[in-house]
Design a protein around this ligand. Structure first.
Ligand code: NAD
Length: 315
């Protein structure tokens, strides 16, 4: 495989990874998917390999030797591989191992091999519970779980290799990503799945408290576009939020999904004390540095997702 415009994509067979790889191929990149298939879709990755522009390497980022061998000759790196947030509280040892040791292998190797740009999947969860909305990149970080701590550590390691070896990097702080191909267990967005399942059974979505807790839902195709823009951007060396800037409350989400499914029900409210957390990205830096703005409004994205899932069920 030729060396110019070749991207090593760690975690490229995962939910976001497959969308990223598809968009890279549309822009004539050659791709090496490096994934241990823990949560990856091997069949879809192998399908992409048939284009002749994708190699699939079934290896683990915890092996520095495997990373070094597979990255040789690549020009760019996108690092999406991680232990999930759900697993991090139950098994912090594994989180630290994959997300810190593994990420370090990716970044140190990229610095050693003179990679032109590293794009890293960080997370809005590095902020913890925000003190104000929208959440700005320079706000205080307060990561609350091992997963969130590892994401901040990843950003710090990138800054270290920038100082030590001139590494060029962008850390994208993804907000609440949703869309076709997402695992039903996804932590923040599992509420979508829960509501959709109830609506499909003719049941009303049940909302705890007043449904005021909110998320900044961003469609996976918009996320993938931001990743490609960050890979190709002339600007670098910063953490950048990737969200819509809009906080959608759980009550609004229930209404959006009822309309998308066309169900004849009203949401039910389960009165109880709920810790209201809210999220919305400050999107100024993404626009200024990457020229990125979201393109898929949440109502349209959820309607598409429901159509996609209904089509999958019929297969
Ligand atoms: N989905 C979201 O809402 C969201 C939000 C913020 C940040 N992120 C981050 O974006 C990235 C991609 O998320 P996703 O939703 O596509 O998750 P995912 O689990 O679908 O994808 C991660 C991929 O990494 C692979 N992987 C895991 N451990 C590995 C290892 N040790 N070696 C090699 N490959 C390994 C998995 O097999 C999987 O294919 C992750 O880093 C995640 O933390 C996601």
């Amino acid at each position: 495989m030729s060396d110019s415009r070749t991207v090593f994509v760690a975690g490229g067979a995962g939910f976001i990874g497959l969308h990223v790889v598809n968009q890279l191929l549309e822009r004539d990149w050659k791709v090496r998917i490096f994934d241990n298939m823990w949560r990856g879709d091997r069949d879809k990755a192998n399908e992409l390999a048939k284009t002749g522009n994708v190699e699939v390497i079934d290896q683990d980022i915890r092996s520095g030797a495997a990373v070094a061998a597979a990255m040789k000759g690549a020009s760019h790196v996108i690092h999406l591989a991680a232990d999930s947030i759900n697993k991090s509280v139950a098994d912090p040892y594994s989180s630290i191992d994959v997300n810190v040791v593994g990420s370090h292998n990716v970044f140190a190797t990229a610095a050693d091999q003179g990679i032109q740009r590293v794009v890293y999947a960080s997370s809005a969860s590095v902020y913890g519970d925000p003190e104000k909305l929208p959440m700005h990149e320079d706000d205080k970080l307060n990561p609350l779980t091992p997963y969130c701590i590892t994401k901040r550590t990843g950003e710090d390691l990138l800054r270290y290799y920038e100082r030590r070896a001139g590494l060029s990097w962008i850390a994208l702080r993804f907000f609440n990503v949703y869309g076709p191909g997402q695992k039903t267990t996804a932590y923040y967005t599992s509420v979508i799945n829960h509501f959709v399942n109830r609506l499909r059974n003719g049941e009303a979505p049940v909302i705890d408290g007043a449904g005021e807790q909110s998320m900044d839902f961003i469609h996976v195709k918009d996320i993938a576009r931001a990743v490609v823009l960050a890979t190709e951007s002339e600007k670098a060396n910063a953490a950048i939020n990737v969200g819509t800037g809009i906080d959608t409350s759980v009550a609004q989400l229930a209404r959006i999904l009822i309309d998308a499914i066309g169900a004849d029900v009203e949401p039910q409210f389960n009165p109880r004390e709920v810790l209201v957390s809210r999220r919305a990205a400050d999107t100024t830096r993404a626009k200024e540095m990457l020229g990125f703005e979201y393109s898929i409004p949440v109502g349209e994205g959820m309607t598409d997702l429901i159509r996609f899932e209904a089509a999958q069920d019929k297969k």
